[in-house]
Design a protein around this ligand. Sequence first.
Ligand code: GLU
Length: 891
Amino acid sequence: MLSPGNSSDCIVGFLDDTYDVYNRLAFINYTAKYNLKHSVRTLSNDHYGTLSATCSLLKDGIVALLGPRTEANSQIVRSVCYSKDIPHIETRWDDNLQKSSFTVNMSPHPEVYSSIIAALVRSKGWKSFALFYDDRSSLSRITGLLKVVWESTIFIKRLDPKNSGNYRPALKEARKNGYTRFVIDCDIDRLSAVLMQALQIGLMVRENSYIITNLDLQTINLEPYKYSETNITGLRMVNPDSEAAIMLADSIHDTQYAYLDGFHEPIRDILSNDIRLETALLMDGLHLLHLALESLPKNTDSCISSSLCYNDLSYHHGATILGSLKMITFNGITGPVKLDNFGCRREFQLDIVELHESGLITVGSWHVENGITYLATGDEKLDNLENNNFTVITTLTAPYGMLKESEKPLSGNDRFEGFAIDIIHELSLIEKFNYTIIIREDKANGDWNNATGQWSGMIGDVLKGVAHLAIADLTITSERKEAVDFTTPFLNLGVSILYRKPTKALPNFFSFAAPFAVEVWMWIGGAYFVTSMSLFIMGRLCPSEWTNPYPCVENPEYLINQFSMKNSFWFMLGSILQQGSEIAPIGYATRMTAGAWWFFTLIMVSTYTANLAAFLTTESSDRPFNDVYDLIKKADKLGIKYGAKAKGATEAFFRGSRNDEFKQVYNYFDAHPDVMVKENHDGVVRADKGHYAFFMESVSIEYEVQRFCRLTQVGEMLDDKGYGIAMIKNATYRHRLNTALLKLQENGKIMELKRKWWEERRGGGQCGTERKTDEAPPLTLKHVGGVFWVTVGGTAVAILLVFLEMLAYILKKSVRHKKPFWIEVREEFKFYFKCRGLVKPVRYLEHTANESRSPMTGENRIEQLPDKRGSEQKDEDINYEFLPDIANMKS
Ligand code: GLU
């Protein structure tokens, strides 16, 4: 016996006559969720026992009673509840439509359900079919079908449970009569055996079709029939992917552990797919009761009933609770819950499912207003999507899908907001379809699992028919495209790196050299050396550079040259440092060389100055790495880890890449599972802490860097792809959705939504728009190569000129001395290639040789000039020559 602990605890009674569902569910802690306490009585099959169990519950002060499940027991409980004003909630299939006024039933109304089965058969256009049923409750479901009799030929046969589970004779008879379409209505515990026997006798073939009326079809093992190509259609009231169903599965699982703990029995995981309709109805019934109790006044005695079987009292709030039970509507595990004035459930929603290789797929739905609507999946394209009901799955990944922040409790689609949610909403406005958003809690977008041979995440959900559409940051990849269809992309992106912003670098000691790249400095050095050497050589070769050291002496004894090696280098250095020197070239060739160098100097110095200014005004930064290649090389040395979202498109990109470096990234992921994160947000938080580079998609990076101001994108995008909406292959609505998406793109709606969610909402624009302070890049040879070529060109012209000048001079000399030209050439070159000595003796003609002019007095003197190589050596080779024009040329 149980008594209410305090005024807010209401006790609800359970009558369990199967030692099954209710008994197990009784261990779920309702108190936390519903503020209800439970009191359970187990029933045997005698009426007196039922009556005394009900009366004993009344003693506990129950405010409502749930159960039992069998009809015989139910009659007694109903009449007790009716006489004591105790609201009574049933979940069983009730084909006895006479109800007492204190009983409500959560299961679909038999009349309505029967008409749905008839509509389903009619929608398939079946003109003849075999109908198998198994008990009396079956009959109430198939009465609707019997109305189809006049349109069709029906073969009706009972699957007699007394036949020790052998249904083959009935099935064979239908086959013998040539039936290929079958409607099967039987208890879920027998359904597996019926289908298995149909398979055994060869009735599960491509040509055959089945309609299964039992609403628990998804709870049995359909694996053996998946590949038979038989068309198996069923109806489903529990959406195994609804949040409530998943939660329920979890709590049943925990409960079983608690329940069975003492027995140490191993139990398998309960999945939301295993939830039978009656369990779901019970949970929805409790939820409804909980909501109804909210309507009670907050008195201390509201939740206590003092009516007993053997007194005259009845529960004075019973009628209020009952009224509320019939008024309240909500979205439960079994879809929209709404009871009519008689406590019957006539308004509900069903999914029409079909068995495919990937499992049960939703192909349509039934709704009280629209009747049966199919989401056709053939080759035809739908002309419009008006009134189609789509289930849209998404993940709570910012900014694509998020929970709305609101003080008021929200329900349905209203609970969510975000970029993807807005896109679906806009599409629904254009195409006028209805949609229900469901959430994939684990944020898995979809990855192929080799071990299970199945797709996980939202892609798996689309394939299993859990949802018609999947939208989020769902990347279109070639692998996914083989399994599902995508709309055209609504956002374009590529993989990039999210990392901490670089710190500002201290100015470099050699920052003055920064304007030019090292190679340019080297080339400048090379150019300086080569041009100085050219000037030196040309100075020697160029006759005009040999000048009279004493301009007043008309016939000097020797000539001098200013371009020694030292002077040549000094002259060039003076030019490039813009200081000049006292040396001035005289010959055409040397002037040409000097001109080319000055031009080079002018351009290089101005370029250097300009770029230096740019360098001094921008701050350089300490980037640990500049791109993915850099990261791979330096990661170890810098102690940087890198990762991506596990089982996402980014990981798949590296896994499938042929690029060696990218393969290396994947191998690293593989070897270090700790670097992978479950969802993008985890990666972002980790990157923000430092020493972690997160491979992420560029649009998502764009979103995060506006909120995490220490983060930035590093490097370019590594690939080019897009986000799309996924749906099953050859979906007839794909074309319409594509057209609607294109419209949204063309009218700028998508960009508008992107701006809204990226920049304006939820902390957008927090970090401000970063001023682009790109560091000035050092100038490379590509930028200044032309100047070098001009210098080379100038020097080349100078070389040509020097040879011309020299040849003219030698020619003139050979004529004057009447000596063969080549001998003169040889003599000249002999002198030049000594490569030393900047004094050139002068040869004069015989008739003038004896007349020497004193440099001091101007008087003519006959004198043998000392030989520079030694006075004692007689030089027969040298004839001192008179060159009247030398002095003039000097200027
Ligand atoms: N958009 C990715 C996907 O569809 C998830 C994020 C990622 O892998 O970077 O799987």
